[in-house]
Design a protein around this ligand. Sequence first.
Ligand code: ATP
Length: 585
Amino acid sequence: MDFLTIAEIFEDMQKTRSRLILIDHLVILFKTTPVNIIKQVIYLLQGKLSLAYEGVELGLGEKLTIKAIAESSGRSVKEVEDKYGIVGDLGETAKEIAKFKYQKTLLSEQITVERVFLTFEKIAKSTGSLSQIIKLRLVSSLLNDATPLESKYIIKFLLGTLRLGIAEYSIIDALSIASTGNKINRKKIEETYNVYTDLGTIAEILFKKNLEGLNELQITPLKPIRPMLAERITDPTEALKKTNGAIACEFKLDGERVQIHKDGSEIQLFSRSLEKITNHYPDIVEVIKKYQIHKCILEAEIVSFDLESKKIQPFQELMHRKRKHNINDVLLKYPVKVFLFDILYLEGDNLTKYEYTKRRKILESIVSENKHNTIALVNQIVSSKLNQIENFFRKAKEAGCEGLMLKQLDSKYRAGAREFLWMKLKKEYDNRIGDSLDLTVIGALLGKGKRTGYYGALLLAVYDKNSDTFQSVCKVGTGFSDRDLELIYNELKNYVVEEKYYNVNSSMKMDIWFNPKLVLEIRASEITISPSHTAAYGIIRKNFGLALRFPKYSRKIRFDKKPEDSTTSSELIELYKRQVKQNKF
Ligand code: ATP
């Protein structure tokens, strides 16, 4: 398959603002892609070389890319840099320069998707002292044979700036239509995806076999599964009403959710958004290695922990573990503790089909004593009595937890689902919403005075699943320390776009717009009707949206959440209705 076909479809996708048209493009792409490369094409769409959690890095910097563009076009590095200064994007620069190539090899080879992929793989694999030279040769020989449009997408992919903004939901919809002719089959595809999060393999099976073929993709150690999520409640009586008697109450720890996978001597840790985070916690890997279990998948919350006082430390302390280098230096300084709360797989047995009570028993039977008790079971009681639950809630708060997780005793593990089988009780006494919100940054105002050089206020959005858009809900300018301002600025500068991003829905005037990527945790005093924000527009009142009053950054960047995992417009509506109900009493 020619790479040009893909480049042209990517170009059309970048121009479209409609999710439906985007899906049409994807359907055409999937139908024209030969089955032997469908897997690669899916990964390409996701901006990756292989599965996201494999974390294969191309490791190409701007400098080297500029050199490669210069070498392949016969221009000087200075000329390329000047052009880049004007155009502002290296992919576009490569395209513009390729239009006027000084030297074009006479017998240039046709660029196929296979060739592009092979070259990308070689680039990723080349390490050592000569790697920079090898990478330079590989990129420039590819560019040498590429058309201007192909050059643009090769460079964008290599630099990791290929931001097509395609949500997984859209890929799943398009796969369903392209492989079965009907969107209705998306349900089966999504169910498979919940337990086998590799859309490349799913697509390959769909086109090689059929929908039934997906049955062979089952929960497997070392393949992360989508986490089960909880609904919010603000009062434990709500939880008791949902059950016939007792309910399991667990401490809700404020740390990082982790899936621990063990397959023989191989151990991998995955975050809530299924990124590999094994490197952040080598100390935990060591403890798990000693477990007398061959294969398992465990779920836990990792918290920062003070060994002397035996107290849980604030969430921010975990940030020290995100270092790419010298992680060993921080291990002793910032110890962590793992609190296991679920087990999903054990020695060939898929435990997600069992009820909570049975899973908890199995979990209790395998947690053994370990040095410093680095791994423990999450505190739990089973109760049907309101006062007992309230007492346990207070204990959780005293221990530095956010509140409680309430879990129905007969609930199976429903990967990827957010239902009342699990409920979270946080109760924020200082606000009427009862919870914090996770919002995506879509725009910013430039800072003035003390904040010159950073952003002064950020425009934040909820995610609307139906339209696959980000709808503005508040501007936030408080709660930031100087360090936070710098950190957030450095994160956001990677996502600046020239104009409002195609899937951003806002009528605000901002200095800067972003590709919606970064998720922040925000607290606010209440939700109000708003004439200027577009969140849940027209649903509560005609021509009005919903907005947050007195929003404040709660000092958490949610690196573990994708933008599509932000608080949704439907959740916002639910929270608003709940607030109105409470105000009546
Ligand atoms: P959500 O995961 O619901 O989208 P979130 O990531 O913001 O939202 P919370 O609203 O804080 O998380 O609540 C759920 C999270 O609580 C889980 O994803 C997990 O990280 C954490 N957690 C802490 N303790 C437990 C526990 N005992 N059982 C399950 N999850 C727990």
